[in-house]
Write a protein that binds this ligand. Structure first.
Ligand SMILES: NC(=O)c1ccc[n+]([C@@H]2O[C@H](COP(=O)([O-])OP(=O)(O)OC[C@H]3O[C@@H](n4cnc5c(N)ncnc54)[C@H](OP(=O)(O)O)[C@@H]3O)[C@@H](O)[C@H]2O)c1
Length: 295
């Protein structure tokens, strides 16, 4: 990976930090896109200790604030001539319901819309750097979103259950990946989603998660894998030579994995894309369209 630049969101802890460490160990220049500068600088020190030639940089990114997403993209475009890999890793689960700076439900806003916006803003640079890859960290939790996206209530205003919102946001990650792959077909930019496994990270542990879901999260911890092991699938999909043209896929344990039927709905993928574009515009962020190549 020497000579490549890899941007990783949410690299301040957990899977993202270990993804950054793994990519730096392979020689990539890593860019840690994080919301907490202090945590990010501490993480960057760990990444530098593992680096084998590439540089390590930190940029500010709060996915719960669309102007911050725009500022992050502008900074990345100004500072880095190439972006070879974008790893949309940051994410969380919240209960009770919270909202982003623009009033969007937090799980939808951070896990899906923030990454949708960041990827759209970086798409041209990814194209110019091709062959390049977008890896989005989803979850097996998308199986718990039967019925698919709730297009009549994407902000969960009618009813809110933290795990339910989370499952739908992870479904959104896969639908986004499918539509991105379709739009970028033939450009040399691939888009794939991953499930990292059940990982003993900071996930849901910082007081963001109450009630029965929070209790379940604590009880699962002894059975979970380390963040280092949880980073392996992201690193594999971002780097494996045999996946250089594989796109629109979903991976777990570094192998292709089966998605739920509602994650294979291409109509829903296009609809989510169009609605996300409009939601961002209504919130004040006009995004460039990522246009499908003519066939
Ligand atoms: N842990 C699991 O079992 C599991 C299973 C399946 C999928 N996943 C997925 O794996 C990804 C990484 O999670 P993790 O397990 O490593 O959890 P984690 O240790 O809690 O890390 C989450 C990362 O996301 C960042 N983040 C949260 N809100 C953000 C925001 N508004 N803007 C920018 N960054 C933000 C956090 O930043 P701070 O450090 O500032 O909080 C942190 O760096 C998530 O997408 C999650 O859905 C995890």
């Amino acid at each position: 990976m020497h000579g490549t630049t890899v941007v990783i969101t949410g690299a301040s802890s957990g899977i993202g930090l270990h993804t950054a460490i793994g990519m730096a160990a392979l020689g990539a220049t890593t860019v840690l896109a994080c919301r907490d500068r202090g945590k990010a600088e501490a993480a960057a020190a760990d990444v530098r200790a593992a680096a084998t030639g590439g540089e390590v940089h930190v940029v500010d990114l709060d996915l719960a604030d669309l102007p911050s997403v725009r500022a992050c993209a502008d900074e990345l475009l100004a500072r880095f001539e190439r972006i070879d890999v974008l790893i949309n890793n940051a994410g969380g689960i919240w209960s009770p319901r919270r909202v982003t700076r623009q009033g969007l439900e937090m799980t939808f806003g951070v896990n899906h819309l923030g990454h949708f916006a960041l990827t759209s803003l970086l798409a041209e640079r990814l194209r110019a750097s091709s062959p390049s890859r977008v890896v989005t960290v989803s979850s097996v939790a998308h199986w718990f979103a039967p019925g698919g996206m709730r297009f009549d209530d994407l902000q969960s205003e009618g009813r809110y259950i933290g795990f339910d919102a989370y499952a739908r946001s992870k479904l959104a990650n896969i639908l986004f990946t499918r539509e991105l792959a379709r739009r970028l077909a033939g450009t040399g930019v691939t888009a794939n989603a991953v499930h990292p496994g059940p990982v003993r990270s900071g996930f849901g542990m910082d007081g963001d998660l109450g009630g029965i879901t929070g209790l379940g999260n604590h009880l699962m911890r002894p059975f979970e894998i380390t963040p280092e092991a949880g980073a392996r699938t992201s690193i594999h999909v971002a780097t494996a030579p045999e996946l250089s043209t594989t796109t629109g896929g979903y991976f777990a344990r570094s192998r292709p994995a089966r998605t739920a039927p509602w994650a294979r709905d291409d109509g829903a993928a296009t609809r989510l894309w169009d609605m996300s574009h409009r939601i961002a515009a209504r919130a004040g962020l006009d995004l460039p369209d990522v246009v499908a190549a003519p066939h």
